[in-house]
Write a protein of this length. Structure first.
Length: 54
């Protein structure tokens, strides 16, 4: 291509973090979510049991 403005390529590496759960400040939210999943599973099992007995 003629007339294209091409500069120097970037140097150095990409800055990386410590991972997706590094420094989690909302551990209570994770716990509440886990509790909600357990509760939903228990309710589903209970409803299936009631449906079988009927």
């Amino acid at each position: 291509m003629t007339g294209a403005a091409v500069g120097a390529p970037p140097t150095g590496g990409v800055a990386t973090g410590g991972g997706t759960t590094e420094g989690v400040e909302a551990m209570g939210a994770f716990g509440a979510g886990a509790g909600a999943l357990v509760l939903a599973g228990g309710l589903l099992a209970y409803r299936r049991r009631l449906a079988r007995e009927s």
